[in-house]
Write a protein of this length. Structure first.
Length: 219
């Protein structure tokens, strides 16, 4: 299978495509997928930062010294999206590799599993493209955060941002399902063990996202 066939296969037939990737892993292709994810993600972070402004009230002098200004916030968001993708890729894969090995997995971390992990990001690339399109079409908003009550941010509980969060969670689950086939193909472990290996960090990530959404007043 060539690169384009693998990308389309991940969407249309992930199980067989992951078997092919596990047998003939080309890590340079996975780097391209992660690179696309990182670049589009950094662009989405830039647009988001330009569309959503935060105003902080009731901040103590100590808090004010730590609160970033608008340009710093934008730069942090862009760099986090660009660099963070390449940092979390091997870390997340390593955690799942460790769990799989504990279950008797026999596959290799590199190039096999990390290549499969890179390809599993394709659904989340779709999600970032959707987010980018939505951000480009949304009206700028200003969110006032009361530092005495961080959950009081006005405007956070909007249908637009709520729907985006739901879409991102669904696509994360889709990506997890694809990587489940990757773990099963690389490590040759049972479906149940593969589901647990992928599910533990996935559930943790979803809980953290929901916690952050709740903490800023969206739930």
């Amino acid at each position: 299978m060539n690169f384009v066939e693998k990308i389309t296969g991940i969407i249309t037939n992930p199980k067989e495509t992951m078997k092919n990737i596990a047998q003939e892993p080309l890590i340079e292709e996975a780097v391209m997928v992660v690179g696309i994810y990182a670049i589009i993600g950094s662009l989405a972070a830039y647009i988001q930062s330009s569309k959503i402004k935060f105003v902080y009230e009731n901040a103590t002098p100590e808090m004010q010294s730590f609160l970033p200004n608008e340009s710093t916030t934008m730069m942090i968001a862009i760099v986090s999206a660009l660099v963070g993708s390449f940092i979390m890729w091997p870390i997340g894969t390593g955690i799942i590799h460790f769990i799989s090995k504990a279950f008797g997995g026999e596959g290799k971390f590199s190039p096999n599993l990390i290549t499969a992990a890179g390809y599993s990001l394709i659904p989340q690339i779709i999600g970032i493209v959707l987010n980018l399109a939505l951000y480009l079409n949304m009206d700028p908003v200003t969110i006032t955060m009361d530092m005495a009550n961080p959950r009081s941010g006005n405007g956070m509980m909007t249908p637009f941002l709520y729907e985006m969060s739901i879409i991102n969670l669904i696509l994360m689950l889709w990506a997890g399902m694809i990587f489940y086939f990757g773990v099963q193909s690389v490590h040759k472990i049972s479906p149940g063990k593969s589901a647990i290996a992928v599910g533990i960090p996935l559930v943790f990530s979803i809980i953290m996202i929901l916690w952050n959404i709740w903490n800023i007043g969206m739930l």
